[in-house]
Design a protein around this ligand. Structure first.
Ligand code: ADP
Ligand code: MG
Length: 334
């Protein structure tokens, strides 16, 4: 059995360091000893070494991308109870988690619903799955990001700050509706949304349906422009369920009292949820009333959610060109 010459071994160490192959540098000696012992052909040894370097690189990349994503810990699809949100299709969520179609096209995902319904959890879980699938993601509370962008604006560096966020294929803006109604704040948000339009994806969670966004953005024109851009290529989930926390507390109380959880405590929507339900039901009805598919046979597939009328907001989406064909009016809800 041939073994590596000590002179060659020293050269290999130096060369692998020079080539910046740290993982190969760590294992080549034991791998080559195994190859010598088992009589591997040279090609097999080289392939095993290269594979090891590549596997280590992707492990380090994943670690880096998970750290930069700043996802809340423990919120994964595995820990998400889909039965608690029967309005959401698990299959659709799993397809979104792969990312390819929508993230590649810079499409958006919007999660609406009352507090505690699992919007942030689902958003973080999707973010986690996308990072695992090789995408770069940033999870942030909308107010935090808005503050950072405001500072950048004051330093005349807003454009650069927004451009820097381009490295993230998906930006998760949690709790959009918590942004206060202030011209400076919301206009940076508007600029961010405009800059990413049709290029980079956004996932937005909000307690308020579109009709209430007039409270977030300072004027009607800006609200219309924001919603118009967001919904043009978007999937919208309406998570009209009772607070998961409240339900869990109720179940715990019933368990302590020796009773099995009732259907009532599992499923009854709270008042906020009921309000949401009503407003979205109205929206759906109105969508059905307004939408004449025969008149728009070649509607863009991304307009499958449109026209949507949610609370006081009405959007009509007809084929393809946003600027020509999407008409939005606020305050005309019926
Ligand atoms: P929201 O963002 O809609 O206000 P969260 O995502 O913060 O709600 O959910 C509140 C808490 O309940 C979190 O701890 C979350 O992990 C948990 N939770 C909510 N919905 C679910 C669910 N369907 N499965 C598992 N945990 C859930
Ligand atoms: Mg939340």
């Amino acid at each position: 059995m041939k073994t590596t010459d000590p002179g060659d071994a020293a050269r290999v160490e130096l060369l692998l360091a020079e080539l910046r192959l740290p993982a190969a540098k760590l294992v080549w000696a034991s791998l080559s000893a195994q190859a010598d012992k088992e009589g591997w052909p040279a090609g097999r040894f080289l392939a095993a070494l290269a594979e090891h370097e590549i596997a280590e690189r992707s492990r380090r990349r994943l670690e880096r991308h998970l750290a930069e994503a700043r996802l809340p810990p423990g919120k994964t699809l595995d820990t998400f109870d889909f039965e608690a949100v029967p309005v959401i299709s698990k299959a659709q969520v799993m397809a979104l988690a792969a990312g390819d179609a929508w993230v590649n096209n810079g499409a958006n995902l919007l999660l609406f619903g009352p507090p505690g319904g699992g919007k942030s959890h689902l958003a973080a879980a999707l973010g986690f799955a996308l990072v695992e699938n090789g995408w770069r993601v940033l999870f942030t509370r909308t107010t935090d990001l808005v503050q950072r962008l405001q500072i950048a604006r004051r330093e005349l560096a807003l454009e650069a700050a927004i451009a820097k966020l381009d490295k993230f294929h998906l930006l998760i803006l949690d709790d959009l509706a918590y942004v206060t109604k202030d011209q400076a704040e919301t206009s940076v948000l508007f600029e961010l949304i405009s800059a990413r339009y049709e290029r980079r994806s956004l996932l937005i969670t909000a307690n308020q349906p579109f009709g209430e966004w007039g409270k977030v953005f300072p004027d009607q024109a800006m609200t219309v422009a924001v919603v118009d851009r967001l919904v043009h290529h978007a999937t919208i989930f309406e998570m009209n369920v009772e607070s998961y926390r409240r339900r869990a507390a109720l179940n715990a109380r019933e368990a302590a009292a020796g009773r099995p959880p009732t259907r009532q405590s599992q499923r009854t929507p709270d008042r906020r949820a009921a309000t949401f339900k009503t407003s979205f039901a109205l929206a759906r009805q109105s969508r059905r009333d307004n939408y004449d598919s025969a008149a728009m046979p070649d509607s863009h597939p991304d307009c499958r959610w449109l026209p949507i009328q949610i609370a006081a907001l009405q959007i009509n989406c007809v084929p393809h060109s946003r600027s020509q064909s999407t008409k939005i009016s606020i305050g005309s809800g019926s």
